[in-house]
Write a protein that binds this ligand. Structure first.
Ligand code: WTA
Length: 651
């Protein structure tokens, strides 16, 4: 973190939006005074506070201790036995929600399916029984690589029911990315589909799994859902159709009594090295925190029709499509395909037809919609909406204003929610009935969250000075480690400041205490709200036979927020050509997936290095963003390298 220098922030925003009085009146938290009182209590007496919240969940055996903290290792709700799927399904049914719609699904071709809480429990139990029959036991990691269809949610809840941790891989990742993750998690079973619909075409999910499994001999079973009816190759004995497996299964499956600290899932995310990190989340704390944040942040009420447009393959989908909302018994909308299929009105058409009340999306999507023109959303009846949300990256004030006006009709509060795969749930966020909003700030820490902006020594910064965002106390849904690599866990998050969680995000607080997030301070790039480690893309490039060395940096991008710029030194016997550039781009897509495809690639003889041999990414970033290098080059070993790079054409 030392070579980043002082963090400067020059953004000043004065437009203020107090909560609409009618919204506040009906809200769970209806004034800033209520927020402050409860937040103070949650920090002064975390055990008492979280005990009360957790008592709202169902436990087979009550916990006997709220938290055990030996930095950086936390245990929450110690001794408690529970089941996440029971809390999402059975508990809701006991509360009289059995016939209420749990999932309102729309496929890209337009097929609509509704499952009540009763239906969803039946399906989950059938599939859980099928998994057991395939030999899946408590503690076995189940890999899921599926399109955004209800069976994805059914599969994850079935895993939770039998205590088998899931590892969900986003459907946009490539075969190599699947193979790496399957290998890292020692998973022996993959659940997939023949394909999924995306912009009118079929994404060949089964084919990708076949290619991955060729490299993972430990995989014994592949379960395939029939979605697109595309041709797939078949391996008898290993492959099973989902429909055949569940056909004769009972719709009763007793939920496993899981310990609070039993692993609920692994979710791989990018870090600063080439190897993705398997972030571990356990059962009790994650359950309590996601259920409670979903209720408070989205101000959930029984009749809400809640739509989060994320993919379940990312943490947003884990926490705020499946686990958080279902624990609150609401109707969750789910959409399979692209936002612009068949046209840019798709989302607004869906909001209008299904009467969505809450809409949660990413700034990158908002910017893309903005560019298409106001008349598209303005031509749809969006009056059912009462609350909007944003997640994944800082939302620029102009996008915020557009969202508020054209989607929210100037009456919906916007919750700009800051959090991470590692935090499990929303950490810094407005409570929509309480906070006065300013476009661009995620406002204040959630209950129980002791967030601060500090310098490198851990000293809290005065208002309006930038620094590092940290969390000083443990919270229920914090990650419990990195799968198979606890050293990396300590090093990555806890080595900067003793006993304090280091987020790797830069931030400042304003005079009113609002948190303004300013982006990452490490080599992780946020593309369309998704984290890509530059090191990962560099290793993908270097794995190509023609490449000697590669450096990848982030550059600003109008729609995606950030994009990747790659600098590649070819091996001496290779010469630069457009063809090799194309080949390298395709290689990255094959190794990681389309989201990691660099926006530009420059071929060069050598990369700029310090005398000690470190690639000077700072200079490359400046060059890629501005076309020039004005920054400090005193440590540069060979000045010609920059001159040559500047001349090399971009593509
Ligand atoms: C960024 C996504 C500003 C941040 C839930 C964080 C945000 C990374 C916001 C985590 C926000 C997420 N404002 N920045 N509201 N939300 N980020 O793990 O840099 O995919 O560290 O989790 O996204 O990304 P991840």
């Amino acid at each position: 973190m030392s070579d980043k220098g002082t963090i400067q922030s020059s953004m000043v925003e004065t437009r203020k939006f107090p909560p609409p009085p009618e919204f506040s009146r009906a809200a769970h938290i209806s004034s800033i005074a209520d927020y402050e009182k409860l937040h103070k209590r949650s920090i002064d007496d975390p055990e008492g506070f979280w005990r009360e919240v957790a008592e709202g969940c169902h436990w087979f055996t009550p916990f006997d201790k709220v938290v055990e903290w030996e930095a950086p290792f936390a245990k929450w709700f110690v001794g408690g036995k529970t089941n996440m799927s029971y809390n999402c399904l059975d508990l809701q049914i006991e509360r009289g929600r059995g016939d209420h719609t749990a999932v309102l699904f729309e496929g890209e071709p337009g097929d609509v399916r509704k499952l009540t809480y009763n239906n969803l429990r039946d399906e989950v139990c059938r599939f859980a029984n099928a998994l057991k029959k395939l030999g899946v036991k408590k503690g076995d990691v189940v890999t899921i690589y599926m399109p955004m269809v209800p069976e994805l949610m059914i599969a994850m809840l079935a895993c939770a029911r039998i205590g088998a941790p899931h590892s969900i891989i986003f459907g946009g990742f490539s075969a190599s990315a699947i193979a790496d993750r399957v290998h890292d998690s020692n998973s022996q079973i993959i659940i997939t589909a023949d394909g999924g619909w995306r912009r009118g075409s079929v994404v060949p999910l089964k084919q990708n799994v076949d290619d991955a499994v060729a490299k993972c001999p430990t995989v014994q079973n592949v379960v395939v859902l029939k979605r697109c009816e595309n041709d797939v190759s078949w391996n008898d004995g290993r492959d099973h159709w989902w429909g055949d497996l569940v056909a004769d299964e009972s719709d009763v499956c007793d939920p496993e009594h899981c310990d609070s600290e039993d692993l609920l899932f692994i979710l791989y995310t990018s870090g600063t090295t080439g190897k993705p990190k398997g972030i571990m989340h356990t059962t009790g704390g994650y359950m309590v925190y996601t259920g409670y944040t979903a209720k408070m942040v989205f101000d959930l009420k029984p009749d809400d029709i809640y739509w989060c447009t994320a993919d379940i393959g990312w943490v947003t989908g884990h926490s705020y499509i499946t686990y958080g909302p279902l624990q609150n018994g609401v109707t969750v909308m789910m959409y399979e395909g692209a936002p612009n299929h068949p046209d840019w009105g798709r989302f607004w058409d869906m909001v209008a037809r299904h009467k969505a009340t809450i809409f949660y999306t990413a700034p990158t999507a908002i910017r893309a919609f903005m560019r298409q023109g106001d008349d598209i959303p303005d031509g749809h009846d969006l009056t059912s909406l009462r609350l909007l949300g944003s997640v994944g990256e800082p939302i620029n004030p102009e996008a915020w204003m557009w969202y508020q006006k054209h989607i929210g009709g100037e009456k919906c509060p916007i919750v700009d929610t800051w959090w991470q795969t590692e935090t499990g749930g929303i950490m810094i966020t407005p409570l929509p009935g309480a906070m006065t909003l300013l476009p661009g700030t995620a406002t204040c820490p959630f209950f129980g969250i002791d967030a601060a902006v500090v310098d490198e020594q851990g000293v809290e910064q005065p208002a309006n000075s930038g620094g590092f965002l940290v969390v000083r106390k443990p919270w229920p849904s914090m990650l419990r480690g990195i799968y198979g690599d606890m050293e990396r866990y300590q090093e990555q998050y806890w080595s900067q400041l003793d006993g304090i969680y280091f987020t790797s995000d830069a931030c400042r607080r304003d005079d009113d205490g609002n948190f303004w997030l300013m982006g990452r301070v490490d080599d992780v790039i946020n593309i369309s709200g998704h984290r890509i480690g530059t090191a990962e893309v560099e290793s993908a490039l270097v794995s190509h036979a023609a490449v000697a060395e590669a450096a990848v940096v982030g550059i600003p991008h109008d729609i995606k927020g950030q994009a990747l710029a790659a600098f590649v030194a070819l091996k001496a016997d290779r010469s630069a050509s457009d063809e090799i550039k194309r080949e390298l781009l395709a290689h990255v897509v094959k190794e990681i997936g389309a989201i990691a495809r660099p926006e530009t690639i420059r071929l060069t003889d050598a990369l700029p290095k310090t005398r000690s041999g470190k690639i000077m990414r700072r200079l490359l970033k400046e060059l890629a963003s501005t076309g020039e290098v004005k920054g400090d080059t005193t440590t540069l070993e060979d000045f010609n390298v920059i001159a040559n790079l500047r001349e090399s054409d971009e593509g």
